[in-house]
Design a protein around this ligand. Structure first.
Ligand SMILES: *[C@@H]1O[C@H](CO)[C@@H](O)[C@H](O)[C@H]1NC(C)=O
Ligand SMILES: *[C@@H]1O[C@H](CO)[C@@H](O)[C@H](O)[C@H]1NC(C)=O
Ligand SMILES: *[C@@H]1O[C@H](CO)[C@@H](O)[C@H](O)[C@H]1NC(C)=O
Ligand SMILES: *[C@@H]1O[C@H](CO)[C@@H](O)[C@H](O)[C@H]1NC(C)=O
Length: 548
């Protein structure tokens, strides 16, 4: 889903000199976000041409004096219209970093000894939700436990296009039984957001007062830890005046410059159509938390203290729960992606591995306009959070910044992660471009006439779509509407010289689906997202091809 890219920009900062400087600094001063690191981060945002910015939290416990060094800072732009800078108070959607709150909430519930039907990590979902829980795979239906759901091993692939803008937690869970698995039960690690929607429903189902999930987390995690700016409510975040705009670049010619500036655009908030109230929505469990760097600093301390409130020393989350979700259950990466890294294992909303000889635990987050990474080194009592509001390259440069900070904290020579990530992006774009095959100039028609392919299709997991054939007479008023609004709603999305079928679909991640004829029985399928802002802003969310 994330576009991968190229640039000719070379970072002007000398990395070796920089590392030496910060090492000297480190001996006399516990700060990690030194002026050299500040300069590195500013330089990174500028060489990646970011329209947005990052906020950073770094915490480290000095084992000798027992004192925390806590640093929180913002860099770059949070708000386009007012040119407001990112600060330590800027709020970001942390996306999948929310999953840890979901598994910890589950662990708090598991630790609840007064609940009338106690559960464990190995309790079967079927026994908790006998009427609601069902998958196509009969073994997965009867055997799946909380552990299977949180470690992504039920056999279901993502199916992220199954949930619509009108769904609820229950309406999603009711349709899981209609989704096709793509592997056997417990065979492979396949990331699945819907299982976190499932986990978020368990407190509501088991506690007699049926608390909404967001309220359960508020009462048992956010409030007791003083995470006072952290919320599941976009409305609360907006009203604070601190919500960073999700930003994108419009009109970048990636062939010319994959890291091009384009025209900076504030995108519409992800999930803008959802309930904005404090009790959250179906998105809460998989990715609904909104947080700033200040709260991230507290959160990192809590995790490094295995559940203790750093100010009051109160044990808010049982330490065995923190350890359970951070222990590997499935193999996420069987091979290290770089020599300084190890293979990666996944627990519940947490991955872990080794970087330059040190254990780390982390999770990333990506949603429309926001990218986040929260990493901790449990043995070093070191934590780093990097949040960005750059939709195009945030995923990559938050890693560059994260590793630069870690290298400084470890007093090791800084590795050139910037060049590594840029070249990876360039290579993958080149691969994608070179593999693209142009439509034949004299294509063979499909086995059935185009007109016969138009019409209504239904899948019980995904719902109903009406495919409209463009450039052909239609008797359907909804198809006529699509044709009429094409120039404004989907500008530039359709090549009128190619037979094209298009459907509106009100998905969480996209608004339209397009099938463009390629040759014979082959069509290219694209998922499009038309966002209403000051004008319609179209982004292609992914491309596939279909065999009809
Ligand atoms: C524990 O369970 C009891 C009884 O169902 C409930 O009243 C209470 O809210 C629960 N507390 C937590 C933290 O789950
Ligand atoms: C979803 O709800 C909106 C109003 O909230 C409505 O306009 C739209 O038609 C609904 N979509 C579907 C697919 O039911
Ligand atoms: C993008 O740039 C390349 C190389 O300069 C050029 O050939 C191509 O026409 C450009 N594409 C668009 C859509 O402007
Ligand atoms: C469209 O699908 C064909 C057939 O699989 C493929 O070769 C081609 O590269 C695709 N075109 C694009 C633009 O992805």
């Amino acid at each position: 889903m994330l576009s991968l890219i190229t640039s000719l920009t070379i970072l002007a900062v000398s990395l070796t000199t920089d590392a030496q400087l910060s090492q000297q600094h480190f001996l006399t001063d516990k700060r990690i976000l030194t002026p050299q690191i500040d300069q590195f981060i500013e330089g990174t945002l500028s060489s990646w041409n970011s329209p947005g910015g990052v906020s950073v939290a770094v915490v480290q416990l000095d084992k000798l004096d027992g004192l925390w060094t806590v640093e929180t800072k913002g860099y770059g732009i949070a708000n386009l219209a007012e040119n407001k800078p990112v600060t330590e108070d800027s709020l970001f959607c942390i996306a999948s970093n929310s999953k840890l709150f979901t598994t910890l909430a589950t662990g708090i519930l598991i630790s609840n000894k007064t609940i009338s039907t106690p559960i464990t990590w190995d309790t079967k979902i079927k026994s908790i939700l006998p009427d609601l829980w069902e998958l196509q795979d009969r073994v997965a239906t009867s055997e799946s436990t909380i552990t299977d759901a949180m470690s992504h091993r039920t056999g279901l692939p993502r199916h992220d296009l199954m949930y619509t803008r009108n769904d609820t937690t229950i309406s999603i869970l009711e349709r899981l039984r209609h989704l096709k698995p793509s592997s056997g039960f417990r065979e492979t690690w396949q990331y699945n957001n819907n299982m976190y929607t499932l986990l978020s429903y368990i407190p509501t189902a088991l506690i007699p007062s049926h608390p909404p999930f967001a309220r359960y987390v508020q009462d048992h995690i956010f409030s007791p830890l003083g995470l006072d700016s952290t919320t599941y409510s976009p409305r609360v975040a907006k009203e604070s005046g601190n919500l960073a705009d999700p930003m994108a670049r419009e009109g970048v010619n990636k062939t010319e410059d994959i890291f091009g500036k384009g025209k900076p655009r504030a995108m519409r908030f992800p999930g803008w159509f959802l309930n904005e109230e404090k009790d959250g929505s179906f998105k809460s469990g998989a990715g609904g938390v909104i947080m700033n760097a200040k709260d991230a600093a507290t959160w990192l301390q809590v995790l490094l203290l295995e559940g203790e409130n750093p100010k009051t020393s109160e044990q808010v989350i049982p330490s065995d729960v923190i350890r359970k979700v951070a222990s590997g259950i499935m193999v996420q990466n069987g091979e290290p992606t770089f020599t300084e890294l190890s293979p990666v294992v996944y627990g519940g909303g947490q991955s872990r591995g080794v970087y330059r000889g040190h254990n780390y635990i982390e999770h990333g987050g990506a949603t429309t306009g926001y990218r986040t990474q929260i990493t901790r080194f449990p043995d070093l009592k070191l934590g780093i959070a990097v949040f960005s509001n750059d939709d195009d390259h945030g995923s990559a440069f938050i890693e560059v910044i994260k590793y630069r900070i870690i290298d400084a904290a470890l007093s090791l020579p800084a590795l050139d992660w910037d060049t590594r990530f840029k070249s990876r992006i360039r290579k993958s774009y080149e691969k994608y471009s070179s593999q693209k095959v142009a439509r034949p100039s004299n294509p063979t028609p499909p086995p059935a006439p185009f007109q016969s392919l138009a019409g209504t299709y239904e899948n019980r997991g995904y719902g109903v779509i009406e495919l409209c054939l463009l450039g052909a007479p239609t008797h359907s008023t909804s198809c006529q509407d699509i044709v009429d609004e094409l120039p404004t709603v989907l500008p530039g999305a359709v090549d009128r010289t190619i037979p094209t079928l298009i459907a509106r679909w009100d998905r969480f991640w996209s608004t339209h689906i397009k099938l463009e004829h390629f040759d014979g029985p082959f069509f290219n399928l694209s998922i499009l997202e038309s966002r209403v802002g000051s004008s319609f802003f179209l982004r292609a969310m992914g491309g596939f091809y279909l065999h009809c």
